[in-house]
Ligand binder design. Structure first.
Ligand code: SF4
Length: 490
């Protein structure tokens, strides 16, 4: 377990930090001058204490994790800020990240305003000097705001705010213990392939181009892909996400998501004179076509998938004679007439072994069972699972980037766990709790098919803020598939 060196120069702050740290070394001044690269594992050094607000919207008790410390024209960058901030947020603290200023004299109001306008969040008197005296591989500066927008409070309120800031500093100190533990050199194995698949690229691009062509508001039925950050970005660009078509004005343009819709939704859109742009993934559309073919040939069709998922809702809408199977345990309860032919299709984003178990149970009950001409579990789902399986045994922890409502992303977590590697699911780097990284010397990183590549880069940056990383890719497949765009946006 590595220990952080925590420098808390003020007497009150020092007492609070001492009370909050259980195993970091806490000092008021740097004991020695450390040399860069001197220690293995890397030395983590945090300068901690109180600060005064520069940004007008800061409130007392806010924790500032500095991304850089400015001192006149000089600035020291602190790349560990995001990792530390994520840990503070996970601990329930109110956190802002950004530059702070170290000033060697009391600031006039004009100076303070100028620094705030230049983006500085807070000011202290000693961070720059202390940082110049330590050269740990991973350094951080944390300040708890003692004034902020309560500057107009009566005098009696100020000690109350200071007491609250002391309590916050104690909590900050306990997070620094974890942060110190997490600082170490690491190997990072990147799964290949990871992140966007062809169907998601097509769906997201469809909305972007439709916004360009038709302008905002552009209605999108359901999340275009199951990723919170993609949906938030498109919302900012003018997309309006709705659950059902009755939320769309008559005659408006509406995009159908990558997960596909039931035929009844197409009919409703037609009746309402909506202009439809269908971003259904062609591989989902293939499953719909299989269902129609099986029904036309009078098969009883079993749909293997997860109840409530948008894709399953669309597929089940193809016919009233479909049965949804969540797993092999549902096979026993199937009630079909003697001699009835039985077929199956599957959701595109399931785990392959999960499907195999259900199909085996189905075949045991219906020896003449027929299935799709080619697997319904799509190439992207399969490749991403294979990549996780290929590297899981070499990793201490698997970080899976994606949203909790993304089916293929959840399957990556399950595949990793089944392969014996602990896994965590994060929407982006800000959700990564450094406590999980303490014991992880080899970290696997992957992303669901609906998670944009830049979110993976954010996670890598965060890991690099916790010590040197040796990064390599484990690739199991090259993906070159491309789906042409819907003609309305071509
Ligand atoms: S995961 Fe597969 S089915 Fe889903 S959008 Fe991507 S390519 Fe299409």
């Amino acid at each position: 377990m590595s220990r952080a060196l925590v420098i808390a120069p003020g007497a009150v702050g020092y007492a609070a930090v001492r009370a909050g740290c259980s195993h970091s070394e806490v000092v008021r001044r740097p004991p020695t001058v450390l040399q860069p690269g001197q220690a293995m594992p890397p030395t983590s050094v945090a300068v901690v204490g109180f600060g005064r607000a520069l940004a007008p919207d800061l409130v007392a008790g806010t924790v500032i994790v500095a991304t850089e410390v400015r001192n006149g024209p000089a600035a020291v960058a602190l790349p560990s800020a995001n990792a530390l901030a994520a840990a503070m947020i996970a601990a329930g603290l109110t956190v802002r990240t950004g530059p702070i200023v170290s000033a060697d004299h009391p600031l006039s109001e004009v100076e303070a305003r100028g620094l705030a306008e230049a983006g500085a969040l807070a000011v202290d008197t000693e961070s720059a000097e202390l940082l110049s005296q330590v050269a740990g591989d991973v350094r951080a500066v944390v300040r708890v705001i003692v004034d902020g927008d309560d500057r107009a409070l009566p005098r009696i309120a100020v000690p109350v705010a200071a007491l609250g800031a002391c309590r916050t500093l104690r909590r900050v100190a306990s997070v620094l213990d974890w942060w110190g533990n997490a600082v170490r050199p690491r190997r990072v194995l990147l799964a290949g392939p990871r992140s966007f698949c062809a169907g998601v690229e097509r769906a997201v691009r469809t909305v972007e181009l439709a916004l360009d062509r038709y302008g905002a508001p552009l209605y999108v039925r359901r999340q275009i892909v199951h990723n919170r950050l993609v949906v938030e970005r498109l919302t900012r660009q003018g997309a309006v996400f709705v659950e059902e078509l009755d939320e769309v004005p008559d005659g408006a343009t509406v995009v159908f998501s990558a997960h596909g819709v039931a035929p009844a939704v197409h009919l409703e859109a037609q009746a309402r004179n909506l202009q439809v742009i269908d971003a259904t993934c062609p591989l989902v559309a293939k499953v719909h076509a299989e269902v129609r073919r099986f029904r036309r040939d009078d098969y009883e069709v079993m749909v293997i998938g997860h109840a409530g998922h948008d894709e399953i809702e669309g597929t089940m809408g193809e016919s009233d004679h479909l049965r949804l199977l969540g797993g092999p345990e549902d096979v026993g309860a199937i009630d079909v007439a003697q001699g009835q032919r039985v077929a199956f299709v599957t959701q595109t984003t399931l785990a392959l072994d999960e499907v195999a178990e259900t199909v085996t149970a189905l075949r045991a009950r219906f020896p003449d069972l027929v299935g799709p001409r080619s697997d319904d579990v799509c190439y992207a789902t399969q490749n991403r699972q294979d990549a996780v399986r290929a590297m899981a045994e070499d990793c201490d922890l698997m970080i899976v980037v994606g949203s909790t409502n993304s089916s293929n992303t959840n399957r990556l977590v399950e595949v990793s766990l089944r392969s014996g590697c602990p896994a965590i699911l994060v929407d982006d780097a800000s959700e990564l709790d450094v406590r999980r990284l303490a014991e992880a010397g080899v970290v696997g990183v992957t992303a669901g098919a609906s998670a944009p590549p830049e979110l993976v880069e954010g996670v890598l940056e965060l890991l690099a803020g916790l010590g040197p990383i040796d990064r390599s890719e484990r690739s199991v497949a090259d993906e070159t598939l491309y789906f042409s765009l819907p003609q309305e946006v071509r």
